[in-house]
Design a protein around this ligand. Structure first.
Ligand code: HXC
Ligand code: NAP
Length: 285
């Protein structure tokens, strides 16, 4: 689909690049010649991810940094460390790290709301601003890709913190595309429908029955495949279509158009039974 050296000489930073869709995108960028930096909280996950990315990238070294994107100072230090190590700031940032879980909102603790908002909304702001400041000071262009979801527009029952945070990230995408266009910085987003990953499935689609119901919601009749999302990400961040900014591309087999809010279907279940089930999923129960 792309020239083999499309991303040669580019440094790409992917938050949450040690697992799931972040790893799939990082591998594809590496295949197309990019040098990769991946951020996440868990050193073991980053090490395993780096191993897979190096293999995809013909042995090119991958930089890993254990960093919680909720912590602005840690993020700022991470970008300083990257520049020291690689001799340049990343050219491309993918804000992919996220947190999410199912909960009835009236049972959600302030800490639960805080955790998801801080990872998704603040984490995206922290990485974007910390790197964007460097680009602007150095008078160089940059490209940012934010990973949202299709319920960023509609909201969705039972994932309220994620819905609020992803809507905020969509607003950030559009606002900053306008504000930073003058600096040659593009800001785009992708809204994926369901793509099987361990992180999403164990928290959101934990049984075969729910998985089948989720699949049945998708007019295309199947879940997304990781390479499909990775190719879309390459298209949006690579050179060749620089006039695209402030855009969010949905990739979901027409699921969102067929019915808003992936988890709103739970309103058809007995509420007391559902709440018992969600409580059982809470860690420590
Ligand atoms: C209710 C929960 C909960 C649950 C955690 N909490 N899990 N509340 N139900 N299932 C609450 C805790 O009680 C605590 O609040 C607060 O959240 C923080 O929990 P910790 O475990 O201490 O926090 P932390 O280690 O920071 O973990 C963050 C996390 C966790 C978001 C809660 O799930 C995580 O690390 N997620 C990262 C990966 C992830 O979520 N991937 C899926 C993305 S998929 P109190 O008040 O007790 O302190 C996605 C797809 C969308 O976004 C669309 C799919 C189709
Ligand atoms: P995942 O594998 O759980 O990915 C989340 C990644 O974020 C992990 O690598 C995790 O690593 C990292 N992360 C979480 N909290 C972090 C923090 N505070 N600081 C730094 N890194 C953190 O899930 P996924 O399914 O691939 O999701 C990737 C993205 O796609 C997310 O933005 C998600 O909302 C979006 N999305 C996914 C789907 C889907 O169906 N899979 C659908 C729509 C949107 P650590 O835990 O080690 O930090």
């Amino acid at each position: 689909m792309f020239q083999a050296d499309l991303l040669a000489n580019k440094i790409v930073c992917v938050t949450g690049g040690g697992s799931g869709l972040g790893l799939a995108m990082a591998k594809r960028f590496a295949e197309l010649g990019a040098r990769l930096v991946i951020l996440g909280r868990t050193p073991e996950r980053l090490a395993a991810g780096a191993h897979a990315i190096t293999a995809a990238g013909n042995g090119r070294e991958v930089t890993t940094l254990a960093c919680d994107v909720r912590d602005y100072n840690a993020v700022a230090q991470a970008f300083e460390a990257i520049e020291q190590k690689l001799g340049a700031a990343p050219d491309i940032l993918v804000n992919n790290a996220a947190g999410n879980f199912l909960a009835a909102t009236e049972e959600l603790s302030p800490g639960g709301f805080d955790a998801v908002m801080k990872i998704v909304m603040y984490g995206t702001f922290n990485c974007t601003q910390a790197l964007g400041k460097r680009w602007i000071a150095a008078q160089r262009p940059g490209s940012i890709l934010n990973i949202v979801t299709t319920y960023a527009w509609t909201g969705s029952a039972f994932v309220l913190p994620s819905a609020c945070a992803k809507a905020g990230v969509l607003a950030l995408t559009r606002s900053l595309a306008v504000e930073w266009a003058t600096y040659g910085i593009r800001v785009n987003a992708i809204a994926p429908g369901p793509f099987p990953t361990e992180g999403a499935w164990k928290r959101l689609i934990p049984t075969k029955d729910l998985e089948e119901k989720a699949r049945q919601r998708i007019p295309a009749g199947r879940f997304g495949e990781h390479h499909e999302l990775a190719n879309l990400a390459v298209f949006l961040v690579a050179g060749g279509a620089e006039f695209i900014t402030g855009e969010c591309v949905t990739i979901d087999g027409a699921e969102a158009l067929a019915g808003a809010g992936q988890f709103s279907q739970f309103i058809h279940m007995d509420r007391a039974q559902l709440k018992g089930f969600l409580r059982m999923m809470k860690p420590g129960k």
